[in-house]
Design a binder for this molecule. Structure first.
Ligand code: MG7
Ligand code: MG
Length: 311
């Protein structure tokens, strides 16, 4: 029973080998001692010291669905809206074809990538001008893709809200679509804050680009929180679980106090063999083709003291 479980957990340190899910073949951990140490610290700190920082696209949404149905990105959701002028959609695709290869290229320096990404998001915002748009359209498309969320997302986000653990969803995508997706899937809880790019309107219905500041692939980190209410809410929560699917997501907690402990979970899917080593050097826990929230959920239950490590 849970009292026994608590007694066991509280009396001796957790060993990683006792947490079954972290010993699966598709779960790769480079520094097991470090993960074991951080987990024990998180367990003794309890949920009051915990905060979650997560990417959205292909981190909260799946990288692959079991029936092969597509999972669009947040920008992809927007670009599916029927009333958008065809020349807007054409221009958006052209920008994607130019800049996406730069974003993911292993041969281009970070500085050059940052410059290119600022160009991409700026031009993308400039295209979003001079036509009317009804935000309700986004809800309709988002509803269609409610199946895209990782398995057991509901249990994870419901528990996080019940425990008042702040969840920061950090997205370089389109925030209006991120919120619509979360809401349509029943995952948008009051403990959640979405920092992302939001559409700006002029004269109420006329699109006028993105609101400032632009969040792109390489500047999404907690320095963006300075001066916000959310910063006050989380700055004393020094135990952080970070989740992302792209290597650049590993920097999302940069800007938190140096004394914080960050446990980084990376979801790896595309070119897994090729990228495994780099993901293992970047994230504490790497999950290969895991389309569920089972690992974060297990960690949460351990921190809550609700479960035996073997469960
Ligand atoms: N990304 C960035 N921008 C766009 C855009 O205007 N349209 C589309 N379809 N995709 C875009 O979730 C963030 C990801 O979205 C892509 C400006 C980038 O690849 C970025 O990593
Ligand atoms: Mg992502």
């Amino acid at each position: 029973d849970s009292e026994v479980a608590n007694a066991i957990i509280n009396s001796k340190p957790l060993r990683l080998e006792d947490v079954a899910i972290l010993n699966n073949d598709n779960c790769k951990i480079k520094d097991k001692q470090r993960v074991e140490r951080i987990l024990n610290e998180f367990m003794s700190g309890g949920h009051e010291r915990l905060q979650i920082v997560s990417d959205f696209d292909f981190t909260i949404t799946k990288q692959r669905t079991s029936n092969g149905a597509t999972v669009p990105s947040s920008f992809g959701i927007f670009e599916e809206c029927k009333s958008l002028p065809p020349n807007f959609v054409k221009a958006a695709r052209e920008l994607h074809d130019i800049y996406r290869p730069i974003e993911v290229s292993p041969h281009i320096s970070r500085a050059e990538k940052v410059k290119a990404m600022i160009e991409w998001w700026t031009k993308s915002g400039e295209n979003l001008m001079g036509f009317t748009f009804d935000l309700k359209e986004i809800d309709e498309i988002a509803k269609k893709y409610a199946y895209s969320m990782r398995d057991n997302s509901h249990e994870l986000f419901r528990n996080l809200d019940a425990l008042n653990i702040p969840v920061l969803v950090f997205s370089a995508g389109l925030g209006n679509c991120v919120i619509a997706m979360l809401r349509q899937a029943g995952l948008f809880y009051p403990n959640m804050k979405v920092i992302s790019n939001f559409l700006q309107f002029k004269d109420e219905t006329m699109l006028n680009g993105f609101q400032e500041p632009i969040i792109h692939t390489f500047n999404k980190n907690e320095t963006m929180l300075e001066g916000t209410d959310y910063y006050d809410l989380v700055h004393s929560r020094d135990h952080i679980i970070l989740m992302g699917d792209s290597l650049a997501d590993s920097g999302m907690a940069d800007g938190v106090p140096a004394s914080s402990h960050v446990l980084k979970i990376g979801f790896l899917f595309h070119h897994a063999d090729e990228y495994l080593e780099e993901y293992m050097n970047t994230f504490d826990i790497v999950l290969i083709d895991d389309q569920t929230m089972n690992v974060p959920l297990t960690l949460l239950k351990l921190i809550e003291g609700k479960t035996l490590p073997t469960e």
